[in-house]
Ligand binder design. Structure first.
Ligand code: SAM
Length: 279
């Protein structure tokens, strides 16, 4: 093997180690960081939950990749799905395990890399992945989607939430950046205000709707639903949203326009469902 052939794999491994070490360090504070600080953050997370849980039914076999501290793993298990969670960070999985035990729930948790899924072909009804695919090194992207397609049953669904690089073409700053900031140019996510006092960085590559469509096509999946999350609020200055009348109207519009082109393409994040045909 030449050095050139070898180089991308080494880079990918270095990046994944970096991601893992950041989440190992912030696992016990992750849940305090993620909800953000304002009403727009609440709307954002409510919208994520509504989207994911509307796609999962009791009794289905669901795989949550990059499951972290179980923000979706736990509610899906509570909704009666038979959930498997996979994450590269053991410390994040430990938090999920604690939450499941506290609620008398169970899920099958695995430490591993989503580019190399330790599961049989055609074994899940749904694969979910929220806020995690952006950490995948670019060279691993096709492999991850191929792995997802492989483990999905025919007729199974992929349900994901990713940051929208189309939005980033206009807005370089992070709109709801209480505790982490996307550095669009540097392709990193910066975790600020950590308990340890250090700013931590991990690789971060957002997706455009068009990139997702291409990745789906290459792995035999078909996009069936594209919803924009924070389609309007993310574009408005905080001072505009501080007016409760304006904020209420924006909230109502977002509820109604989230699935409608072109607004869905303009979301700060995009929530996407794709199906593996064949049933
Ligand atoms: C921002 S957190 C999201 C966690 C959870 N899905 C949520 O929405 O709160 C990203 C998670 O992806 C995991 N992750 C990153 N790269 C991964 C990989 N290659 N394989 C598996 N998990 C990975 C991280 O360890 C981390 O727990």
């Amino acid at each position: 093997m030449t050095i050139l052939e070898n180089a991308p794999t080494q880079l990918s491994e270095v990046q994944k180690k970096q991601v893992r070490s950041v989440y190992q360090e912030i696992a016990t504070e992750y849940d305090e960081r993620i909800p953000g600080e304002g009403p727009s953050d609440d709307t954002f997370t409510e919208s994520e939950h509504e989207f994911v849980l509307s796609k999962v039914r009791a009794g289905q076999k669901v795989l949550d990749i990059g499951c972290g501290t179980g923000r979706f793993t736990v509610p899906m298990a509570a909704a009666g799905a038979r959930v498997t969670g996979l994450d590269i960070s053991r410390a994040m999985l430990d938090v999920t395990e604690g939450k499941l035990a506290a609620q008398g729930l169970s899920a099958d948790l695995h430490e591993g890399d989503m580019a190399d899924l330790p599961f049989e072909d055609n074994s899940f009804d749904v694969v979910t992945s929220m806020l995690a695919l952006m950490h995948i090194p670019l060279e691993d992207r096709e492999r991850v989607f191929a792995e997802v397609s492989r483990v999905l049953k025919p007729g199974g669904k992929l349900v994901i939430g990713v940051k929208n690089s189309l939005f980033e073409q206009f807005f370089k700053g992070d709109r709801f950046a209480a505790v982490d900031i996307t550095d669009v140019e540097g392709k990193t996510l910066l975790f600020t205000k950590t308990r340890g006092g250090n700013d931590l960085t991990a690789p971060w590559y957002s997706f455009s709707p068009h990139e997702l469509k291409a990745l789906f096509a290459a792995s035999g999946l078909i996009m069936t639903h594209l919803r924009g999350n924070s389609t309007i609020s993310a574009w408005l200055a905080d001072e505009v949203l501080a007016d409760s009348g304006v904020a209420g109207v924006v909230r109502a519009l977002e509820k109604n326009l989230g699935d409608v082109p072109p607004f869905n393409y303009l979301g700060y994040h995009i929530l996407v469902e794709a199906v593996k045909p064949g049933r």
